[in-house]
Design a protein around this ligand. Structure first.
Ligand SMILES: Cc1cc2nc3c(=O)[nH]c(=O)nc-3n(C[C@H](O)[C@H](O)[C@H](O)COP(=O)(O)OP(=O)(O)OC[C@H]3O[C@@H](n4cnc5c(N)ncnc54)[C@H](O)[C@@H]3O)c2cc1C
Length: 213
């Protein structure tokens, strides 16, 4: 544990500036609750990769409600297609076609890289004057009847009435309050690749299933 060299307070502190933490902060702000975000990464971090590219319609409506234009910006920038198909071993196992939304409706989803969603969320936080304290990695969390006291690895002390632990899968906040997730972790490695399609490339090729049926 680091020794504290200064103390800071906020009624609510959100730990983690991923999509969950930023959404929580915007929702609290929309309800008039002052909030501060602590984020371990530096401001110029690299969050490349598509990751959560599928943003569901109900999420879009929530984002629009907590900050005007946040949901509709994702719709305008994203891609919407009418049919979802899931294939397994070369066979189609799921198919669903959605009604085409008109301009006044939120579509059933939009597809947009997570980095773009996060960029719009950052803009919304700036509009609202919500601070993100970068390079503020929470190291310890003590929760009691008087509220919550945390220390960051740079030796700062933070106090608040409530903390939202939005610090991802291996959450320090959850571990510190004894609420770690149970369950297995996959030992597999995954590679996720973003590819750019070259127009016409597939037209003279026969599609090959990922595995033979
Ligand atoms: C390779 C990959 C592919 C994915 N593909 C998809 C997909 O196709 N579809 C989909 O829906 N989802 C996908 N996901 C998952 C999606 O990215 C996550 O669900 C989403 O990022 C979770 O958001 P979050 O805000 O809860 O957590 P995170 O995005 O993990 O954000 C947590 C934040 O907390 C910060 N933090 C961590 N510890 C501390 C600490 N101690 N103190 C302060 N800050 C801390 C981190 O730096 C980070 O900024 C993918 C994820 C990965 C890694």
């Amino acid at each position: 544990m680091s020794s504290s060299n200064s103390s800071n307070e906020s009624p609510v502190i959100v730990v983690g500036a991923g999509p969950t933490g930023m959404t929580a902060a915007l929702a609290l702000h929309a309800r008039g609750v002052p909030v501060t975000i602590l984020e371990a990464d530096p401001v110029n971090r690299d969050r490349s990769g598509s990751r959560a590219i599928y943003v569901h319609g109900s999420t879009l409506r929530t984002l629009e409600r907590i900050h005007p234009r946040l949901g509709s910006n994702l719709v305008d920038e994203g891609m919407v297609w009418p049919t979802r198909r899931t294939c397994w071993r070369g066979k189609e196992v799921f198919l669903r076609t959605y009604n085409s939304p008109d301009d006044s409706e939120t579509p059933h989803f939009t597809s947009v890289p997570q980095v773009r969603t996060e960029a719009y969320m950052h803009e919304a936080l700036t509009d609202c004057g919500i601070d993100i304290h970068w390079e503020s990695e929470v190291e310890t969390v003590d929760s009691g009847p008087e509220g919550v006291r945390m220390e960051t690895t740079d030796g700062q002390e933070w106090r608040s009435s409530y903390v939202v632990g939005a610090d991802g899968g291996g959450s320090t906040v959850r571990n510190e309050i004894g609420a770690s997730f149970d369950g297995d972790q996959s030992a597999n490695s995954f590679i996720v690749a973003d590819v750019e399609a070259v127009e016409g490339w597939l037209s003279d090729r026969t599609p090959v299933p990922l595995r033979p049926p």
